[in-house]
Design a protein around this ligand. Sequence first.
Ligand code: SAM
Length: 317
Amino acid sequence: MDNIDIVCGDAIKELAKLESNSVDLIIADPPYNLGKDYGNNHDLKGFDEYLDFTNKWLSEAKRVLKNEGTIYVFMGVRFISYLYNILETEQKLYFNSWICWHYTQGLGKTKGFSPRHDDILMFTKSKKFNFYLDNIRIPQKYYRSRNNMRGANPGDVWLFSHVHYCNENRQKHPTQKPEELIERMVLASTTKGDYVVDPFSGSGTTLRVCQQLERRGLGIELNPEYVNSTKKRLSQKFTGFDSIDERMSRIPNDLNDPKIREEYLKNHEKWFLSNHPDALEKFHQEAKEKYNYSPNLPQTDKELPLFASINERIKET
Ligand SMILES: C[S@@+](CC[C@H](N)C(=O)[O-])C[C@H]1O[C@@H](n2cnc3c(N)ncnc32)[C@H](O)[C@@H]1O
């Protein structure tokens, strides 16, 4: 568990032990106050008590964040507006993005609309924060000389299904989050060796992602059973992240120039699908159908010069 640590305890108390301005990224998925059963803690506080709890842990979170640091906070619809208010008005953090995590399945309502999303608020500690867009681009739909063929910004609506019970990575935890959703936050807001803290680490998704992406990670979790199962999860062999944005495996249409096509398809495997070996088979199938491309061409560790040539074309136009 090099550089990855998990402590059993209360988020407010454990965050209070950390140095000020020491953390690059906080990914927080707190209890939503909807009455979930987390074993040794029940997720149902009084209204004011929940807001007070939220304010307290966010105050510590802000203190430990570096000036260039970012915080992402998950929340359900019941408390999202109050959370926004606390982040902006009370903690005086800087709003950046309101991300909608759209999941495909969930409970059905008979009166009203069945919920199919959670929100994630991205705030930063200052206006000068780190953000690495190139690490999280998604494949373009079409080849266009004016398009950045390194990929497009994934936008603020993220479609990932829940980790289903039949998935081999499914943990015994009621609100486990998909790994690629967390991967996107880690890649967007940190580089290798940066320090990531998850104050409500649950089944350990953030830590698992940090471990694979070579970030330092600290998880805080109140339930010792989840702490133990996280340790087990971290010791298991990695076979790829348990979820994928379907757009990651798409192949642009109109890759008509054979050189550009070959370069794009080879690079695709390295950039977009590097942590998703499971998705390679589907990608190869589609590449074969669309462009009669075979992956058995010699691989190279170096990036191919596709984007230089495209940049030249952009300059020419
Ligand atoms: C929504 S879940 C986090 C799920 C996690 N993101 C995952 O992918 O598994 C919230 C977690 O916070 C824990 N928790 C509740 N109150 C806490 C507190 N005061 N300090 C630390 N952890 C707490 C719960 O036991 C639960 O596992």
